[in-house]
Design a protein around this ligand. Sequence first.
Ligand SMILES: Cc1ncc(COP(=O)(O)O)c(C=O)c1O
Length: 406
Amino acid sequence: MCELYSKQDTLALRRKHIASEANDLALRLARQFRGHQDVITLDHAYHGHLSSLIEISPYKFQKGKDVKKEFVHVAPAPDIYRGKYREDHTDPASAYADEVKKIIDEAHNSGRKIAAFIAESMQSCGGQIIPPAGYFQKVAEYVHGAGGVFIADEVQVGFGRVGTHFWSFQMFGEDFVPDIVTMGKPMGNGHPVACVVTTKEIAEAFSSSGMEYFNTYGGNPVSSAVGLAILDVIENEDLQGNATRVGNYLTKLLNKQKAKHTLIGDIRGVGLFIGIDLVKDHQERTPATAEAQHIIYKMKEKRVLLSADGPHRNVLKIKPPMCFTEENAKFMVDQLDEILTGLEEAVGAKTESVISEDTPCRTKMPEEAHSEPLSDGSPDPKENPSRKRNGLCTDKHSLLSKRLKT
Ligand SMILES: Cc1ncc(COP(=O)(O)O)c(C=O)c1O
């Protein structure tokens, strides 16, 4: 952890029990530091269950009766598969960062001031989203320019899960260091331990306010011992290296599945943080929500626990324990293959995907796919064959959705 802020030669660390407490303190630190109130958060984000965090979690407040508070600003999630700017955009990082800039300008125009921008280094509940390279640097520049701080939520994605780095934000380059980092979940491996790391300057601005941080159990020796033991295991058992090795193997296996199954629209991930975006058709990328629920249910019968997330709940979320082995990965993918094959047979869909195994995950459908014959075997010159095929696919899947709901 100390390496986190070696560049600035400053470190302030506060231990908490649940990650929600860590994010709540991060907000307090940010607001105290600059005296501003407003927070920019990403669409579909989740940052914890306290009132202060539900307010900045569109994942929650958009579903409940709560309305968005006037001091909360929601920026589009930097999702280049199904977001506003996609992989065919010339510079999605700048386009998404400019959306944040626009929010800052609008806030200023209405007399508001930004305290913080908060984001997971890779969005989890939002649908396993990996922001495009350069996005965070640009956002940090705009947010700092507005007098705010950058909070990186590493609660789901920290502690070596990405394999190449211990913290996910480090993947984006050495020129990007958040002002506040929050962590939790894997830090205690089931035991409630969480933490906030920030610069000395921000921590001192908080303590000099006279409102000291107090928490009955903060820094208690049992939780501290648990946290230290976990760091030892991560290091001694090379779990970070394991995330790279097994993650690469798993991604390779999943890409083979993508070549085989039309339901798989995108495989994205780093290390042991992977998402499978299920679609009813590759062109429109219509979310295959009912199919995702069906797969989760069937996987559970086969003793594999998965969840589906993202705004449409169609992204299979793969975030296994860090000790996951290649054998486990193979078992999981074999079960998935079987279920997808069964599903496709049930709807009479083709099991031969139009996307080749070697196609990079975020490319469009190749042209040749457009000349595929229709279900009666003859190409229809009047219509876009791809549309027609996708329509067919959609119809069959909607029938399936009805069946699955019963
Ligand atoms: C990204 C993120 N931040 C914060 C939290 C809050 O963690 P906790 O439930 O431990 O308070 C969660 C919980 O799911 C989370 O996913």
